[in-house]
Design a binder for this molecule. Structure first.
Ligand code: PLP
Length: 461
């Protein structure tokens, strides 16, 4: 592990929006206390080979197994994984997904451009069956950012416009086009020119709202977004995460107002459900909570069963507008093995009623989180939609002044790791909890108990 990665936690807040960082003295300390020589050697080798950046290499630890709701490190410690990069809707190493992949490997392992294959067609058909309204056209890619890139291209072709409006603090992927519309300025620092015509507006996050709406969204941000659409007059699309996985859950009127504003101004609505689709929110598509239909929705992450990289862009039938053009082809666009994994994933979600399960377990966990908030002054807010849960650590002063408890959040994360719970911290102070949808109630209780202890421990310090 290279020593020059450490830095004072207090100086790094600008970079923490998407996740906790490897440039942290708390991380160094955790590693010094917990990792044995073989793990350190593997991490050092990894760090000597891979390009460094603060959200990945140098790494925290090394794994040897993932299964169900759990990950296991090379020294045999098991952690309930409440991060999982949001790929583990059907649980890690799901046996039905693995069996489908193995079968497909023997039948047809690849499908070059200009050819199609049964698994790709079946997966596209299944997704369009699950999608409401006329979201009946599909394109596959190997990752969320590239699917977002395709959505931007289709929006430009369909509208003849090039501008996009998106939300501050949002994340849509790591590629240049995705960081242009992404709302995390840290990802753009020092990167140079990006896509032109990308404008950002405040998200519906009451505790951080620049319009000062207090604890409840009063739709000023939605009104402002409409104002921007009207002023610009030629915006191709609004691009947003239906619910950012912090998670702040907008009131249904928020999305209804934005849908209406888009219709009024000839602007498309593109929703990014890459980490939160496939049932995590308690509905297959998160937008179903809000009584709206987007023009495009992007799925990814867990679509490949948490094993293979796969993302999907679904659009309305009317957006099938580029037949006369070359928009580019992705080498693994109709990869039969990834598509077989996707089909098996959707079958598991349906057969095991994981959408309903996420809703029920979320309804069980949220009151427990509220109890936890009542016990711990460090917890300023808890929020949840299905198994998309968040605990906001902050000090709220007498005038409602909100001070994110950044150092404490990181401490709670490492205290939780010590006790066998893995999760990520978003925005510097939000404990973001996204377990496998297959998690048992006992495992969920175990995680809540760990959080209770870890928060209590940090409060005492
Ligand atoms: C909301 C959101 N959009 C897009 C992406 C990018 O997906 P990928 O990493 O597969 O490119 C992510 C990944 O974390 C995400 O959380």
């Amino acid at each position: 592990m290279s020593k020059n990665t450490s830095a004072d936690a207090g100086n790094l807040d600008a970079f923490r929006s998407e996740g906790d960082l490897n440039l942290s003295s708390q991380r160094d300390q955790w590693q010094a206390e917990h990792l044995g020589a073989p793990t350190r050697a593997l991490l050092a080798k990894d760090a000597s080979l891979f390009l460094h950046q603060s959200l990945s290499t140098p790494c925290l630890n090394a794994l040897r197994r993932v299964e169900g709701a759990w990950i296991e490190d090379v020294e045999g410690r098991r952690y309930l994984d409440f991060h999982g990069n949001c790929v583990h809707q059907v649980g890690f190493a799901n046996p039905k997904v693995i069996a489908a992949i193995k079968r497909q490997l023997d039948e047809l392992p690849f499908c070059p451009r200009r050819y199609t294959c049964e698994p790709a067609v079946r997966l596209a058909a299944k997704l369009t069956e699950l999608a409401p309204g006329d979201l009946k056209r599909v394109s596959f890619t190997t990752g969320g950012a590239t699917a977002i890139g395709m959505a931007l291209k289709y929006a430009r072709v369909a509208t003849g416009r090039f501008k996009f409006v998106s939300l501050w603090d949002s994340f849509h992927g790591a590629s240049l086009d995705a960081i242009s519309i992404g709302g995390e300025a840290a990802f753009r620092q020092g990167i140079g020119p990006l896509l032109p015509g990308c404008e950002h507006v405040p998200p519906p996050e009451p505790m951080r709202c620049p319009f000062g709406c207090g604890r409840t969204c009063n739709l000023t941000c939605a009104n402002y977004l409409e104002y921007v659409l009207a002023k610009e007059g030629d915006v191709a699309a609004v691009v947003a995460e239906t619910v950012r996985n912090t998670p702040f859950i907008p009131p249904p009127e928020y999305w209804q107002r934005i849908r209406a504003a888009c219709d009024k101004h000839g602007t498309l609505l593109i929703l990014d459900e890459i980490p939160i689709g496939l049932g995590r929110s308690g509905k297959f598509f998160a937008f179903e909570h809000f009584g709206i239909l987007p023009d495009m929705v992007v799925l990814g992450k867990g679509l490949g069963g948490g094993i293979l990289p796969l993302a999907a862009l679904l659009t309305r039938e009317s957006l099938n507008v580029a037949g006369h053009m070359a928009l580019g082809h992705f080498t693994h666009e109709k990869n039969p093995v990834a598509c077989a994994a996707g089909l098996a994933t959707l079958e598991v979600i349906q057969e095991e009623r994981l959408v309903e399960r996420a809703a029920a377990l979320g309804a069980y966990a949220l009151p427990k989180l509220r109890e936890l908030a009542a016990r711990h002054p460090l917890v300023a807010d808890v929020r949840g939609l299905g198994l998309l849960l968040g605990i906001e650590l902050a000090k709220v002063g007498p005038e409602g002044v909100f001070q994110p408890a950044v150092a404490a959040a990181e401490r709670v994360m490492y205290e939780s790791l010590k006790r066998g719970l893995n999760f990520k911290v978003t925005m510097g102070n939000v404990l973001t909890l996204t377990p496998a949808l297959t998690i048992t109630r006992a495992e969920l209780d175990q995680a809540l108990q760990i959080l209770d202890e870890a928060i209590g421990m940090v409060e005492k310090e």
